[in-house]
Ligand binder design. Sequence first.
Ligand code: MN
Length: 131
Amino acid sequence: MAKKVLIVEDNDLNLRLFNDLLELEGYQTITSSGEGDLTSLARITRPDLILMDVRLKSADGLEATRRIKKNPDTRAIPVIAITACAMAGDADRILASGCADYLTKPISLPWFLGTVRKHLHNHEAELNNAA
Ligand code: MN
């Protein structure tokens, strides 16, 4: 079955780009501009992975990640942050929020797909270990 990726991004062009890249790779996608309750969205749609824009118009992507990581229903889902800035302190802040990894804009295609693949693979290995 195709892996499902929830893409949270408030920039339409980026959202479409990430969506198209992942669909071309055979992933099932769900897209959100970041409005509303992202923990509920994750609970309802049960993605295998979440791409989270750090700077959303309607929310703080890292705060949304912290909430997702606090909820027992969604905490196991790996979250990859997408950020425009990646100075040393930012990386620490991103990882401290519970994100498994981060990508910096502009994204490089091999890095983007490689990171998504790696974390989906790790997540599946964890689920198998837990079973
Ligand atoms: Mn943004």
